[in-house]
Design a protein around this ligand. Structure first.
Ligand code: MN
Length: 200
């Protein structure tokens, strides 16, 4: 199987300030995300070695860990793309076009969506994510709450927008104030990227 790689960010480490600090973003990307990539690759090595040698594996433990680490990698890849500097056109504060229509149809208004997404993020128990998804046909959009990187997530949905609310995403900048982080995060949400995913 192909190895996973840590992607470069499309912006500089300081570019999401003052909403996410350079130190916070650097640690999150270079340490936390990198750790998931490395752990996923180490598991792939372990699986390949067992296959090559024809030895046994602890499937439950190996696959559980693979799900957690690959989930962490994929969600972080999407998360970096779901943000853009506040000054960029992409972070204009609200969606446009078909995604705006779909959000209005489902939630009644963009404000209602924003409130629901924020509450979804605030109420994640422990470490996890708030995500806006659509089905493969692009018909229905809905909110999901992922615990850790892989729990409560159902298959066959496309992730349009995701927000990491693990403490490692905000603790340096916001201490325990997850709600403030979420409130500020809307300033750097990349709507262009969410619209692009909705179309594909
Ligand atoms: Mn994270």
């Amino acid at each position: 199987m192909e190895k996973y790689n840590l992607p470069n960010l499309a912006y500089g480490y300081k570019d999401l300030e003052p909403y996410i600090s350079e130190e916070q973003l650097m640690l999150h990307h270079d340490k936390h995300h990198a750790a998931y990539v490395n752990a996923a690759n180490a598991l792939l090595d372990k699986i390949n070695e067992a296959r090559r040698k024809g030895t046994e594996m602890d499937y439950k433990s190996v696959l559980k860990s693979l799900s957690f680490n690959v989930g962490g990698h994929v969600l972080h890849e999407k998360f970096w793309e779901n943000m853009a500097p506040h000054s960029a056109e992409a972070s204009r504060g609200k969606p446009a076009g078909k995604l705006a229509e779909a959000i209005n149809k489902e939630f009644g208004s963009f404000e209602r969506f924003k409130t629901e997404f924020s509450e979804t993020a605030k109420t994640v128990e422990g470490s996890g994510w708030a995500i806006l998804v659509c089905d493969q046909e692009g018909k229905n959009i809905s909110l999901m709450q992922i615990e850790k990187h892989n729990v409560n997530y159902f298959p066959e949905v496309k992730i349009l927008l995701c927000l990491d609310v693990w403490e490692h995403a905000y603790y340096l900048d916001y201490k325990n104030d997850r709600a403030k982080f979420i409130e500020n995060w809307w300033n750097i949400a990349n709507w262009e990227e969410a619209e692009k995913r909705f179309k594909v």
